[in-house]
Write a protein that binds this ligand. Structure first.
Ligand code: MG
Length: 216
């Protein structure tokens, strides 16, 4: 199989893993779960909820490290095979996520994705490990993923695809050659209705026929 794209971008939460990291950190706080769901469905903007959720949760270094372990244990079926297949074909795989960088890092390592291809939001802790702040990044704002994708594409040659479940992922559609909505964990109606391709399969390998060609 030969790749149709030189670069494939993946969202993380509810795309490569079955969980939403922020909800895990919130330990089921219903207010946080409601804000996340509303943001992913495009009912409220990410700008509005990002800092608000972290300010309520105040995740410690220990909790963020625990989330990193949880991410590795929560891979969507077929996620490892999907990434490995793309890597073997020479595709440059990037993670583009508003997730916390320190929690995403172990997952990226597990999947063989280099740190320079991981685009996430670093969080700062006080010396005692308590939460201090997050680094301001385009990824914490709506339209941020599109900016990050455009920036990478300006430096990298070749066609690109994006795979994601949420409305913030869908925003990258004008910046890539193919946007694939993934509904294996959650089906967001706005994504399903506007994605060029929507994959409704609990196994992520179902995206591969769209990313690879049978032609040698
Ligand atoms: Mg997601």
């Amino acid at each position: 199989m030969t790749p149709r794209f030189a670069i494939v971008f993946f969202d993380v939460d509810s795309t490569l893993v079955t969980i939403e990291g922020i909800d895990v950190l919130a330990k089921g706080n219903p207010e946080i779960v409601r804000l996340t769901e509303a943001a992913m469905n495009g009912e409220i903007s990410v700008d509005e909820v990002y800092g608000k959720r972290l300010a309520i949760i105040q995740p410690s270094r220990e909790e963020v490290d625990a989330l990193g372990r949880r991410y590795v244990e929560s891979l969507v079926a077929g996620a490892e095979e999907t990434i490995a297949t793309l890597h073997r074909a020479g595709v440059s795989v990037h993670l583009v996520t508003a997730g916390l960088a320190q929690a995403i890092a172990p997952l990226a390592t597990h999947l063989g994705i280099e740190a320079r291809r991981v685009h996430a939001v670093p969080v700062r802790f006080a010396p005692d490990g308590s939460y201090r702040d997050f680094e301001r990044s385009p990824l914490t704002r709506s339209g941020g993923k599109e900016l990050v994708v455009r920036d990478i594409r300006a430096r990298t040659h070749g066609k690109a695809a994006f795979v994601g479940d949420g409305v913030t992922d869908l925003e990258t559609k004008p910046a890539v050659d193919l946007f694939i909505g993934f509904g294996g964990v959650h089906t967001r109606p706005r994504v399903r209705d506007n994605a060029a391709v929507f994959v409704q399969d609990s196994n992520l390998t179902a995206v591969l026929p769209h990313l690879m060609s049978d032609q040698p």
